[in-house]
Design a protein around this ligand. Sequence first.
Ligand SMILES: O=C(O)CCC(=O)C(=O)O
Length: 305
Amino acid sequence: MNARSAPARFDRARSSATAFLLEQDGFCLARDLAAPSVRRVAAELDRHFDDTPFCAGDFYGERTKRFGRLLVRSPSMCELVMNPVILTVAQQILGPHCDAIQLNVTQAIEIHPGALAQFPHRDQDMWPGADNAYEFLINVIWPLTPFTEDNGATLLWPRSHGGHDVEPEAAAVASVSDPGDAIIFLGSTLHGAGANLSNTTRRAIVVGYSLGWLKPYENPWLAYPPEIARDFPRGLAELAGYHQHRPNLGNFEGQCPSVLLQDDRPERLGAVDALRPDQAAALADFVAHQLLGASPPLAGPVSHP
Ligand SMILES: O=C(O)CCC(=O)C(=O)O
């Protein structure tokens, strides 16, 4: 996925303001961004919450329910995943550090009365290489029910992201919000679900976007195998793993895995270079020198099988 794949019409001012706040505070609440889509998703996922067992383990929380693969469970999910304001912000923050961003997860989370507060954490700690010098991830929590101070609204620690101290300087803020709002935060921002002290359940979905060269939290090719992903719009299929991250990362038989979404795939595939322009230029230079009988310059790394 890249900026070219984002739909042409979007609120540029809103994207810029959101990215600014994210970089300043580590999170941002975008009010009333996609209320009709959220209403549809909430209705489509309703029975899945009922059918899903409670989680096990103190991190997820034993009074919570979670399930993934939301793009197969809710036809309207695509509208949230491909929200143009969110995609533009994700591209702006993650784009400089990868060739293409990817979908890291779609997950529904239900927090039941009696749930304890979740362990405060930074999501990008799941990748050992993340030292918070730059962001690996952007998460968007879309409330499906109102988020209140006492029903488990996500807690976020202002300015706990990036190069800021591991111990946050400010107290946590509860993301009090309504369905249609988007709670957006960085991979390095300290956060966690609040305790549910009320007598109603809190429902939300999380959509995460990460650098395209990382192992995603939710395995995209198992969540969305080719027979499912072939019905996705092209930009969504690319985000969900059917895209080669240059150079040559995530290939299938040496080609872009989107070849698996075609009707007329040949029996045998030949591997084809997929290089960034700078790599292609260095390689062309290397090859040209050899063809001219000159000693080739030492080129940078291209790819390693
Ligand atoms: O549900 C929430 O409010 C946050 C969940 C979360 O941060 C997580 O599970 O990593």
